[in-house]
Design a protein around this ligand. Structure first.
Ligand code: F6R
Length: 264
């Protein structure tokens, strides 16, 4: 758990990890998230691409989720979000970017197809995640199976209400989404969980210090061997062992300065 002073530092620290990943393995497979949390990270990556030539030409990406029933070019689709906030502004090959297909003839086929695509490139090296206030990761709503694979999920009333602001009153608002499963996420080699702001403080506490439960899907990350949780002070404010995480951070910084492992 890394506690940064504010959301800009969170974005920079996450960008450092992604930059190091891409430089170590130029054909890395990244798992990406949408939502407000990673926007600062994407802005930072664009900046590093423009100013320092961070090279995405060999990178492949898989997004966590997509709405069912709205076309790719819909202003609220997650494909549009990714194009606007990242892909169109870096040198990634658009054919190397994969967002679940929410418009396929049979939406039930989209999950297994997505899993197959991830496998065909050797799995995800680094998965970026945000967390919902109810503990969801991707669109894995509370009570999602902790071993689930990419599939259709029905959104909760809370998520529908939260997202309704993005759709006009007479517009179709999707009630279904395709999402990587919790099992899919746990298969990534490394996970980078970001959370910022006071509204995420209770979710962060539950995720890091709570009991593992399908009722709070983000707790499943406790089962993964390599998760880095990067939060700002506001999102860290409810952590019971906050002082300990800071202490660990300091000792690890000293260790890294001394030995500089190649993958950090
Ligand atoms: C989106 C996603 C979601 C969000 C979560 C937090 O691809 O996977 O789980 O990460 O809803 O959203 P924000 O960042 O908007 O608070």
């Amino acid at each position: 758990v890394i506690i940064a002073s504010d959301q800009n530092i969170v974005a920079q620290k996450c960008a450092d990890i992604i930059e190091s990943q891409i430089k170590t393995l130029p054909d890395s497979v990244l798992g990406l998230a949408t939502g407000s949390t990673p926007v600062g990270l994407y802005t930072e990556l664009i900046k590093r691409h423009r100013e320092h030539g961070l090279d995405f030409s060999g990178v492949r990406t898989f997004n966590l989720d997509e709405y069912v029933g709205i076309p790719e070019n819909h202003p609220q689709s997650y494909r549009t979000f990714m194009n606007q906030n990242l892909f169109d502004q870096i040198n990634i090959n658009p054919q190397n970017t994969c967002v679940p297909d929410g418009m396929g003839e049979n939406p039930l086929d989209a999950g297994p197809l997505f899993e197959k695509k991830i496998k065909s490139v050797g799995g995800i090296d680094l998965q970026v995640l945000g967390v919902g206030t109810d503990g969801h990761i991707g669109f894995n709503e509370p009570t999602s199976s902790l071993r689930s694979k990419t599939r259709i999920k029905t959104l909760t009333h809370q998520t529908l209400e939260d997202n309704s602001r993005f759709f006009s009153e007479d517009e179709f608002q999707p009630k279904l989404a395709i999402t990587m499963g919790i099992g899919t996420i746990l298969e990534s080699r490394r996970i980078l969980m970001m959370a910022t702001g006071e509204s995420k403080a209770l979710a962060v506490r539950e995720m890091v210090e709570g009991s593992i439960s399908a009722f709070f899907p983000a707790t499943a990350l406790q089962l993964h061997e390599r998760v880095t949780v990067i939060v700002d002070e506001a999102a860290a404010s409810e952590l019971q062992h906050k002082g300990y995480y800071k202490f660990v951070g300091k000792l690890q910084d000293d260790l890294i300065k001394k030995h500089r492992p190649s993958d950090w």
